[in-house]
Each structure stands twice: as C-alpha cells, then as structure tokens.
Design a protein. Sequence first.
Length: 394
Amino acid sequence: MKINMKRVGLLPRILIAIVLGVVFGGLFSEGWVRVFTTFNSVFSQFLGFMIPLIIVGLVTPAIADIGKGAGRLLLLTVFIAYFDTVLSGMLAYGVGSWLFPSMVSATGHLSTVGKAAEVLPYFSISIPPILDVMAALVFAFMMGLTVAYGTFPSMKSAFSEFRAVIVKTIEKAIIPLLPLYIFGIFLQMTHTGEAYHIMAVFLRIILVIFALHIFILFYQFIIAGGLARKNPLRLLWNMLPAYLTALGTSSSAATIPVTLRQTLKNGVSDDVAGFTIPLCATIHMSGSAMKITACALTICLLEGMPHGLPLFVNFVLMLGIVMVAAPGVPGGAIMASLAPLASILGFSPDQQALMIALYIAMDSFGTACNVTGDGAIALIVDKIQAKERKTDGE
C-alpha cells in the first residue's frame, strides 16, 4: 500500500523526522551526515533571508487591517509578552533558590566541559537578509501604522499582495522542507553527541528546567483558555506541531509558519494571529528567560558569586528588554543576554562561554516554550480585541 505523504499531517512528519534523526545518527558515517548538514546549512540561510520578509509581509498588513486600534493592540501585545517573560524568569529564580543549592553541592567544577567535534557541510551558500529582524519589525510597525491611520489604498493593496506571496512561499517551500531540516538537526546532534555530553553535567538541573517549562505552558493556556472559554488542554494540544517544530529547529522565527497555522486552528482571528505571532516570535521569550535565569543562578552558586533577589530582579527586568533584539535563530537569545550577564551579574568571559554551552545544549526546549506560549498570548489578545470591538459596536 502506497502512502501519500501529502496526506500525512505535519505533526506525524515531524515526529518521524525526529525519530529517524536519532536512529540514523548512530548509524550513518560522517560523509552521509555531512550531506544533510549541507542541506541544513543552505536551508537555514534561506530561512534567515525569509524571516524579515515574513515579519514585514505578515505584520504590516495585519496592522493595516486592524485599523486605528493598531497602536493600542501593539502596546497590549508587548505588555503581555514582556510581563510573561519577566514572570517566567522570576519563577526560575524562585524555584532555583529553593532546589539548586542542594543539587549544586553534589556537582563538581564545570571547566572540564569540552566542545564536541563539529560536522561541517561540504559547501555553504551565503544568502544575506535584506533587513535584520529589528529593522524589519520597525519598518512593519511604521508602515502598518501609517496605512492604518492614513488614506493609502494603493499601499494597503500592495502589502496585501505581498502577504499573499509570503503565505504561498511558506506553504509551498518552507513547510514541506521543515521535516527534512529537523531530521538533519537531530541526525547531527546524535552523531556528534555534543548535546548529550553537556547535558550529562547538569542532568538534575535540566530536569527542573524542563518541569518548569511544562508548568509555564500549562499556566499560560489555563489563563488563555479561561479567558477564551475554551478547553486549555485542547488548545495546548493544537499547538503541539509548533512545539515540536521549535524543538527541532531551535528557532522561534523559523517556526512562525507552523505557529501561525496552529494558532488559527485554535480559533484566533486572522488579523490578530498575523499580528501577534510574528511579533511574539521576537518579543516573547518566556522559555528563554526561564532557562537563562536558571543557568545563571546555577553558575553563581557554583562559583560562590552574589545571587540575591534584588540583583536577579534587576537582571531579569533587563533580560526581558535585551532579548527583544535577539534574532529568532538558534542561540540568538543567549547572545543578546551576554551584556546583562557581564554588566549586572559580573560574569567573566569564561563564565559567559559556559552559559553559551549550557544554553545551546538546551536551546530547543526554551524555544519550544516560547513559540507555544505565543499561541496563548494570541488567544488572550484576540479575546480582549473582540470585547473592545463589541463595546465599540454598542
């Protein structure tokens, strides 16, 4: 019996890609691994090129379609995303202050953590993006608000047509190739053993971080489901393809197409989903903030550095701001957080390098938490927006 893969849902394809990547990672020779690493290198360059265009193509017409309430909707989304990011960071500090000291006392010094051999592609192609992520966001806000508050029918029509181009590219190029991309990532991870080597050092800490990120997802969707009067478990289940895609790509931005699709499946209106999902991929970093805070606290405990509540409140508040500038690519959040790690917590270059190693080893879990939570924020914003529209209509 012939199986038509077009009829197989995205979730099964992602699961198959993950399982096959883990299985064949221990069987393939380095030459075969390099073949898929080469594909991933080219595809990641294409994704990097598309990410700013996705933001402009989706956010700009979404703001324009919303109309004069766009400014208020933008502030509402930014506030909710920032509040949730800070709350997640402080939750990690609270739980870490309670559990980590006893766990760290049984852990040796981490200077022995090494870097695994990297599997290089046979060749690479550079596809520089037209804009960086922050420039794309600023441009999308500026043009969207201008169209929303002005009278520019031709410009509005042009951005609507550009959105159609982006949506078609997502449907015909990005979504079909994502499972192969995820397969290559898990293939390389299993072949090199890099992630497993680093994670073995912090196994108990990682288990706490994993439990925290599950807890964060539950409270996000319990709140969203309560406001939207929908089953939170069903809403969370619908976001599972986005979670697994982010788990494989370690990229919030690369997961935007899947996150958007599943958010629409949860009943969020097209305008609100098209506005909040690309925006939250850049500004909503609840999983990353939780993970960075937990890892930073662990290193502070290991090295006998200050780790009081006022110090970490300052750190988390600043972390939520600087991560907005992080590109939505693997490791982007930790690179943006190096400044507050050094300036507020006093981390040395060696300690920053250790943070990068620990973060990258768990990068996909934080990213998965981020993008899945984006769906909860979209539900909340959509409910508030619907209430305001009803009030204005009355």
